[in-house]
Design a protein around this ligand. Structure first.
Ligand code: HEC
Length: 119
């Protein structure tokens, strides 16, 4: 019996379709990872606060003692932790203080660190 000449093409087509399905599943997973960078990543803790505060030193000074922006030392005497977190997340409208410099999770930890006193 003569071999059916269509079979090799059919095999390649099936392989191609399988590859497409595999790549799109892999791609969707990657997309989710990009959308939720916190997930599965390391948890942010108070120990990370000082490092996170590096995003702020450009304006608030190297030891957060104040620069072009006010000092962030002794913030606890002025604001509650929640208020500081809101400032970090939303910024202060109409000023150079921009919101969204760090993730919401980082903002929470940073606010706690700033209000409780930096050690
Ligand atoms: C581009 C410069 C800039 C950066 C970066 C910046 N800030 Fe600010 N920030 C300001 C300015 C300017 C003000 C004062 C706004 C005003 O006039 O009320 C301010 C005010 C604040 C206040 C209120 C202080 C007070 O005494 O009322 C807090 C809290 C604060 N910033 C936290 C942060 C934190 C935390 C970061 C880092 C995640 C940060 N800022 C990064 C410019 C900056």
């Amino acid at each position: 019996m003569k071999r059916n000449p269509i079979i090799p093409f059919a095999l390649i087509a099936v392989l191609g379709i399988l590859a497409m399905i595999i790549f799109s599943v892999v791609g969707l997973n990657e997309q989710e990872k990009i959308a939720n960078p916190d997930e599965g990543g390391e948890e942010v803790t108070i120990e990370d606060a000082e490092e996170i505060s590096q995003s702020c030193i450009g304006c608030h000074g190297g030891d957060l003692e104040g620069g072009s922006a006010p000092s962030l030392q002794n913030l606890g005497s002025k604001y509650s932790q929640k208020e500081v977190r809101d400032i970090i997340v939303n910024g202060i409208e109409g000023t150079a203080m921009q919101g969204g410099l760090v993730t919401n999770e980082e903002a929470e930890v940073l606010a706690q660190w700033l209000v409780e006193g930096q050690e």
